[in-house]
Write a protein of this length. Structure first.
Length: 344
């Protein structure tokens, strides 16, 4: 008689719907998918999902729920399952999409996506998801609110400029636009004060942010965005995975000698991380010899400045990851110190 090794529920998460597949693997190591269903992405749907899984699973092996980190739409389900003691793994989208490309799937649907997640869970040893630290969750909410506020303020400033440039500007419109800008400025200051208050209430995170700010171009807001968007690098295991999560990894198409596409960054990851690294990278290029040398070398190689800037963004993000994991600060004289030690 075959012995049951694993049971996995794969969930493709959308804004309003959860498309679910359930599978198992016995000691013959052959994955078997034997059930499909769709549920609403609501608390009532979560209850129905758990009941459905309970009727179709066996008690001889624990059930692992596996789902993609899909924007914010997976979060309520993740909290629901975690609070009820279920084993859950939240996987970065780029890992699932990369795995799915290895399967012989002709048509991609929500159902086939859920099946791919099941197979991924059956074939891999996955780490259980833990709830984000409250401080990281709150910081993420605040930094995203600030980002949206700044976008709105930029739009209004452009409207104000256009209104003032008209031959006969409307004084009432100008007044209201200026009032909106003043309100948004006030709200931005309130958000920044809340961020600093949260940091003051968590000494380890505050110390980590101070260490990250030792990097050229990295200020408090940049450090906070990176930690908040990665949950303190909870799902990140190496620098390559970090670059992929941020969408700063290089995508290249090549086939034989006749087809060779131009390398591009994938932009399939977390856009908040990419945006947060843009201006710090420009500052680092101007002020730090190490990053200036990296930029100059890459421009000399291919002559594309923006490509070199993206490479610096990636390198800077990787250094943030290293400093956070080691608990140290940036030493701009590190290379010189190593060279002196080698001469001794």
């Amino acid at each position: 008689m075959k012995r049951l090794l694993k049971q996995v529920v794969g969930i493709d998460v959308a804004q309003k719907e959860l498309v679910v597949s359930i599978g198992r693997m016995h000691d013959d190591l052959v994955p078997e998918i034997y059930g499909h269903h769709a549920f609403t992405n609501t608390p009532k749907g979560f209850e129905a999902l758990v009941t459905w899984v309970g009727k179709r699973s066996e008690g001889s092996a624990a059930v692992q729920y596996v789902l993609e980190a899909t924007g914010v739409y997976h979060e309520k389900l993740s909290y629901f399952l975690h609070e009820r003691g279920h084993a859950i793994s939240v996987i970065l989208p780029n890992k699932i999409s990369s795995y799915q490309r290895t399967l012989d799937i002709k048509t991609v649907t929500d159902k086939t996506a859920a099946e791919a997640i099941v197979r991924f869970g059956l074939e891999r040893k996955l780490q259980n998801w833990e709830k984000p630290k409250p401080v990281f969750k709150k910081l993420q909410q605040l930094t995203r609110e600030r980002n949206q506020l700044i976008q709105t303020r930029t739009l209004i400033k452009n409207q104000l400029h256009a209104e003032q440039a008209e031959a006969e500007p409307n004084t009432g419109s100008i007044k209201r636009l200026k009032q909106q800008i003043a309100l948004l400025n006030k709200q931005e200051k309130e958000i920044q004060a809340e961020i600093l208050f949260l940091l003051d209430g968590d000494e380890p995170v505050k110390k980590a942010v101070e260490n990250l700010c030792s990097l050229p171009g990295v200020g408090v807001l940049t450090a906070v965005v990176v930690l908040a968007e990665t949950n303190g690098f909870e799902l990140i295991r190496n620098k390559r995975q970090l670059a992929s999560y941020a969408g700063l990894d290089v995508k290249e198409k090549q086939s034989g000698t006749s087809v060779k596409g131009k390398p591009r960054i994938s932009k399939r990851g977390n856009r908040h991380l990419r945006k947060a690294m843009h201006f710090p990278a420009l500052v680092a290029i101007r002020r730090d010899d190490r990053f200036k040398a990296i930029f100059a070398r890459l421009v000399a190689r291919h002559g594309i400045k923006m490509k070199a800037v993206v490479a610096v963004q990636r390198r800077l993000l990787e250094m943030i990851y290293v400093l956070y994991k080691t608990g140290g600060a940036y030493d701009k004289n590190y290379l010189q110190v190593i060279e002196k030690e080698q001469l001794v």
